[in-house]
Design a binder for this molecule. Structure first.
Ligand code: BGC
Length: 746
């Protein structure tokens, strides 16, 4: 058995490190933990003196006005001192339409159209950090064009259960991919003088009981799985604001959780932006302000009844809350306003909205997000030379998803549906025979209203209408090719509810089955934001594509993939289980809990569980096919031995040996088979998306800082790297490893 030593990767020095030299090495290691490909500008402190004098002039009523919603999405201005409102808008799919000042109803403006961008799952499926940056800059331009100071995005909670109602909005089950997508997005948004609001901080991984559920996560799991992207949002991207989540964490609501809001976020990570509550997530004035929550936002009730309104003023006057705590929050908001130039508007970005350029940004993201799951008979890309007719079947061929469900959407002038995409892209010689096939229907049951499609379901109506089924069968029979557009939509996958099961709703399974029976030349396209039970569909169909709630140009991008103008390069950002019980939160019976939920699976979230426990997924994390073939070879590292502060350069060759140009996502996983502590069978620690032309090869290098190999030691409260042998695996999915090399960490 090898000997293991622990190397400390924080500035705290333990007994094992005594000399100055070692001390220095530790500092370098800490620096290297942050690989700053994208780096955001920090909050400015240039105006601190001016800010102090402004605060000195303010009454407690004026201060309180700045700290809480004075309309649904803005705080109160202090006109006499030239301090503006702080204006906000959702969110993850693009800049939300204007909402009434004092209710959730749409304001009914006619100039609040925006670009609808692919939902989080789609962006993460691109595995392309440049596209994440593009998304950020593009939506940032839209936000500033709509005069917003804060965009309530990105939503970056880890996908713990495939049932999660907001899975479509979130990125991934993996902390490394999560942070790599999060950072460039934030940098892009904030370059436009708009703050992001990174949400929902933290441990908000289910909708069931989200208003009160008390989440228990051991410290190591918290640090290794649930926090890395939030941390990188601060230490790399310099995120200007965070949103406190609804739920409790270790007994305290997250909007009054001193450990999370002050000890970790501010004291450890150095956050000096503002924390805004989720809407109506505050429960106690004193606890919240003293824990570091700056702004209380909420859902309709008289604004003077907010905790940070009358109650705050009273408590300050009674001496129960120190005015200094209020001043701290006011100061942070003013610092943010100066950083965003919203207070003096000197040279603030102007932005643009709803432009062709932005629609094309959305197209680029959508085009790289589509995942080819199966292409057994080479039906794809579809060659239209010998095709006269295509049956386009399924409600999802026409379904729009920019709006829908309970959560924030986008009012857009353009949402190209899959059917329209095909109409736009197919040659005129091809006739489309459309049949709706299934209806999106919900039970009339009292409990069954939207936003209630939850574990308490069942609420969908899953029987097909016989005439509609017949029409679909006829269309399929009489066409050369059939394409079924199935999956879900944003009414079914929605904020505030988790799904009751992974079953495909509305009778789609039967529809797909019947179409496959009459036309073997059938392609199945799933449009959804979260895993579904598609085991049978997958077994029976030979061509299977996965697409997302994919933005304004989603239909065009999808048609381009089907027809081969785009070679698919999307990879699943989460594991598609064969069945729900295989997923860690369900295998451990630890979802959804009741008043409490304990994350029993610990660090084994997502593929970490499947790989470590040898459970076969239906489609693994990182999986996605291409129309071409990629061969990996010549995997090597520059040397074999590394110290804790070094970076391992891993290089290899990718050859495109097929006949089509394409992009491949090279994925780097690490295993530490002889670890003294529990580790997952492998963990993603690097990736690179590379374009290789047909017949060509490319030399690829992925840098792996040794510090990325650290685990969190709960006892020492430090990140530690064990010395010894580590296996570095390169592949194009978590289950298709194409090369392996070992290194020694000294
Ligand atoms: C959601 C947030 C959102 C806020 C404002 C809440 O219900 O959880 O994500 O930003 O509403 O719309």
């Amino acid at each position: 058995m090898k000997t293991k030593f622990l190397y400390i990767l924080t500035l705290v020095v333990t007994v094992q490190i005594t000399s100055c030299r070692e001390n220095k090495a530790v500092e370098v290691a800490t620096e290297k933990m942050i690989s700053k490909e994208y780096e955001g500008k920090p909050i400015t402190h240039e105006y601190d003196e001016k800010i102090d004098s402004l605060i000195a002039e303010m009454t407690i009523e004026e201060k309180s006005g700045m700290l809480h919603g004075n309309s649904m999405f803005a705080t109160k201005a202090v006109g006499r001192l030239g301090i503006p409102e702080l204006t906000m808008a959702d969110g993850p799919l693009g800049v939300r339409e204007e909402i009434s000042l004092d209710s959730w109803a749409a304001a009914g403006w006619d100039n609040d159209f925006a670009t609808y961008y692919p939902a989080g799952g789609g962006l993460a499926a691109t595995w392309n950090t440049e596209l994440s940056y593009l998304f950020g800059t593009s939506v940032g331009e839209e936000a500033i064009a709509r005069d917003k100071d804060v965009l309530l995005s990105p939503a970056i909670n880890i996908i713990r259960t495939p049932l999660g109602g907001r899975t479509y909005e979130y990125f991934t089950e993996d902390p490394f991919l999560n942070k790599k997508i999060t950072v460039p997005f934030i940098v892009g948004v904030q370059e436009n003088d708009v703050a992001v609001c990174v949400k929902h901080y933290a441990a908000n991984n289910q909708e069931t009981n989200r208003d009160f559920v008390d989440v228990q996560i051991d410290e190591r799991t918290l640090r290794e799985i649930y926090l890395p992207a939030f941390k990188a949002a601060v230490t790399e991207a310099n995120a200007y604001s965070f949103m406190g989540a609804y739920n409790k964490f270790r007994g305290e609501y997250l909007c009054e959780n001193k450990y999370m809001l002050t000890d970790v976020l501010r004291d450890e990570w150095g956050f000096n932006g503002i924390v805004i509550s989720d809407w109506a997530a505050v429960h106690d004035t004193k606890k919240s302000i003293e824990s570091g929550l700056d702004v209380e936002m909420g859902t309709p009730k008289p604004f003077n009844e907010f905790f940070y309104a009358g109650s705050l003023i009273e408590k300050v006057k009674a001496g129960e809350i120190a005015e200094a705590d209020v001043d701290k929050a006011v100061k942070r908001i003013l610092q943010l306003m100066f950083t965003l130039k919203s207070i003096d508007d000197k040279g603030r970005a102007k932005g643009s909205i709803n432009t062709e350029d932005h629609f094309q940004d959305a197209y680029k993201i959508a085009a790289e997000s589509v995942v080819l799951l199966k292409n057994e008979k080479g039906q794809l890309p579809l060659n239209t030379d010998n095709i006269k007719s295509i049956a386009v079947i399924g409600n999802n061929a026409k379904k729009k998803n920019a709006l829908g469900g309970f959560g924030a959407g986008v009012k857009t002038k353009r949402e190209v549906t899959p059917l329209e995409g095909l109409q736009n892209r197919l040659p005129e010689t091809v006739t489309i025979n459309y049949a709706e096939g299934y209806l999106e229907r919900y039970s009339n049951d009292e409990k069954a209203k939207l936003g209630d499609i939850t574990l308490n379901g069942p609420v969908t109506i899953d029987e097909l209408e016989p005439e509609m089924l017949e029409e679909a069968i006829e269309a399929a029979k009489n066409s050369d090719v059939a394409i079924v557009f199935a999956g879900s939509n944003r009414d079914y996958e929605t904020e505030a509810s988790d799904r009751a099961s992974l079953k495909l709703p509305f009778g789609q399974e039967e529809l797909i089955q019947k179409v496959l029976e009459v036309n073997p030349n059938t392609i199945v396209v799933m449009i959804a934001g979260a895993p579904f039970d598609i085991q049978e569909v997958s077994e029976k169909s030979s061509a299977l594509i996965w697409s997302w709630f994919n933005g304004s140009e989603g239909g065009n991008a999808l048609a381009d993939v089907i027809l081969g103008k785009i070679n698919p390069s999307g990879k699943l950002p989460w594991t598609m289980p064969k069945k729900l019980e295989d997923s860690p939160a369900h295998a451990t019976y630890s979802f959804p809990g009741d008043k409490n939920v304990t994350y029993t699976e610990g660090i084994l979230v997502g593929y970490r569980w499947f790989d470590t426990k040898n459970v076969e997924p239906l489609y693994p994390f990182g999986y996605g096919l291409s129309y071409t073939n990629f061969e990996f070879s010549d995997l090597k590292t520059v040397k074999e031995n590394y110290d804790a502060d070094e970076t391992i350069e891993v290089s290899f060759n990718i050859k495109n040996s097929g006949s089509m140009d394409g992009k491949e996502v090279a994925q780097l996983y690490v295993s530490d088979p002889e670890s003294y502590v529990e580790k997952a069978a492998k963990e993603l620690k690097g990736f690179k998306k590379v374009e290789v032309k047909s017949g060509n090869s490319k030399q690829v290098t992925i840098n792996l800082p040794v510090s990325e190999l650290a685990y969190y030691n709960e006892v020492k409260k430090e990140w530690l790297v064990e010395s010894g042998i580590y296996n570095i695996k390169i592949g194009n999915s978590s289950r298709n490893i194409l090369g392996e090399v070992s290194v020694q960490i000294n």
